[in-house]
Design a protein around this ligand. Structure first.
Ligand code: SF4
Length: 477
């Protein structure tokens, strides 16, 4: 994506007033709920974050051992384990299973891993029918859009817009009350649930010691998709492995408040085996797909591996002053916001996703709120170095060729000026002198044009350089 092309997309989102209102309303509610819950119920939140960070890092340092242990124990429990090195392999496994079982329809609980592999588009191309059952995912599937947020996929639409979508696409009465909208979705999905054979879900934690998977959700559609079908397929990024239930509970205690501002979710589905002999319900077959998709390469990097600690709570998106202005679609990736900026170039290649690392002011709010303490702002800054070929250069498809020549030229000149006291003072005097002249013409000057479109031209005092010299004098005395 060219710089200008992406810039135009961001501008379109910025000028969509309804989008900004919708995002702000939801982000404000999520942030307030999280803050109030943590203040009222958790005296040990910081301690819990430290524990979460430590256990994720410990788990990642022995992920190979834990993956094998998970495979062994899960197989003993009767699960069928598949390994997928990339999106294509994961999608092919699901396609083969559908063909083998003679099903044309698969009911999906929420799964960001399946968004990552673009499963829906793949299955549709094969003439098969993936049906989203999470309310947010259903809304965006009806209008053929990708998720705008990793936890709340349709927050860019308000209840009036959702009512219109249901009226147009499902032929429902025009409604705007949440209860009525829920009812429309429930009636629509109930018909699908009555006659399905195969369900698909994501995984929040895959527990190595037990060979079990843990899935959290709020709507009950996850439980339906995983228990009311004959065959359940769970797609799981390899970084979702944890060693024990105790570790999973610590991460769960961090994930839920961060994601929704609630202490627990309505449904906790802990799946330890397919249906056993004598049991009346539950799927007869459970397949677990362990998806790599470049995660093992990220794991090898002694710095960027930290990004695999993510538990996908989405709170870094909620607190990001860029995300809440432009929404997730402007990032052009399955994973938007701060965590998206960090993992997308690593998972899918810097060449196609390098534009994302510019969507950050490096304010650091994301790092402050991340429940597992991923240093997101630091990683974004370091990915910028990777992008222009000044980092360690071991990211997928990254040859450091995404240099912005204009920016590099400007930065080199700035570094020369800023590292020489007399040049710096001279530059400040000139800037103070020319600023009032440049101000009225700034919007016509290439290079300044885009900058002043959203910012006030700075006021430079005529004696600024004298003040700076004085300060330097004090510092050096
Ligand atoms: S990076 Fe941290 S805050 Fe962002 S989604 Fe992942 S766990 Fe949540």
């Amino acid at each position: 994506m060219s710089y200008q092309g992406h810039h135009d997309i961001v501008n379109t989102k910025l000028s969509d007033k309804q989008l900004r209102v919708n995002l702000k309303n939801v982000m404000d509610t999520l942030k307030t709920n999280r803050k109030n819950l943590i203040a009222s119920r958790y005296t040990d939140w910081e301690e819990l974050r430290e524990k979460g960070k430590a256990l994720k890092q410990k788990t990642l340092s022995r992920l190979d051992v834990l993956l094998e242990r998970f495979e062994q124990n899960a197989s003993k429990n009767g699960f069928i384990i598949h390994w997928a090195s990339d999106s294509k392999e994961a999608n092919e496994i699901i396609y083969s299973l559908m063909k083998e079982k003679g099903v044309t329809k698969i009911l999906k609980g929420k799964s960001m891993a399946s968004e990552e592999t673009h499963l829906n588009a793949f299955l549709k191309q094969k003439g098969l029918d993936p049906i989203e059952t999470d309310l947010g995912e259903l809304i965006i599937q009806l209008i053929d859009e990708p998720p705008v947020h990793i936890v709340a996929p349709a927050i860019h639409k308000n209840r009036y817009q959702i009512g219109e979508i249901f009226a147009q696409k499902l032929g429902a009465n025009l409604e705007s009350e949440p209860e009525k909208l829920n009812e429309i979705a429930r009636v629509h999905l109930r018909k699908e649930f009555q006659e399905f054979k195969m369900g698909l879900s994501g995984v929040n934690f895959a527990i190595a010691d037990e060979g079990a998977i843990w899935l959290i959700e709020n709507e009950g559609n996850g439980r339906m998709s995983t228990t009311a079908s004959d065959i359940h397929i769970a797609i799981c990024g390899i970084e979702k492995i944890v060693e024990s239930f105790e570790d999973a509970s610590i991460l769960d205690a961090l994930l839920v408040p961060s994601a929704t501002g609630a202490a627990i979710t309505c449904y906790n589905n802990i799946i330890t085996s397919p249906r056993k002999e004598g049991e009346l319900d539950g799927p007869k077959e459970v397949h677990i797909i362990l998806l790599d998709n470049n995660r093992s390469t990220i794991l090898k990097d002694s710095h960027f591996y930290k990004s695999l600690s993510c538990i996908r709570c989405g709170t870094c998106l909620n607190h990001c002053p860029v995300y809440d202005k432009i929404g997730g679609h402007a990032y052009l990736s399955t994973y938007p916001g701060p965590i998206g900026e960090v993992i997308s170039p690593q998972l899918f290649g810097m060449k196609n996703y390098g534009h994302m690392v510019n969507l950050c002011s490096l304010c650091g709010r994301c790092s402050e709120v991340c429940p597992v303490k991923i240093p997101l702002a630091e990683l974004i800054r370091d990915l910028r170095s990777e992008k222009v070929g000044q980092g360690r250069k071991n990211l997928k498809n990254n040859d450091g060729s995404l240099k912005d020549r204009q920016e590099q030229f400007g930065m080199t000149k700035f570094a020369n000026l800023a590292s020489n006291g007399s040049s710096w003072r001279r530059m400040l005097s000139l800037a103070a002198f020319f600023a009032p002249l440049a101000k009225p013409f700034a919007s016509f000057i290439p290079g300044l044009k885009n900058w002043v479109a959203y910012r006030a031209f700075p006021e430079l005092s005529g004696n600024l350089h004298k003040k700076v010299s004085k300060m330097q004098g004090v510092i050096y005395e």
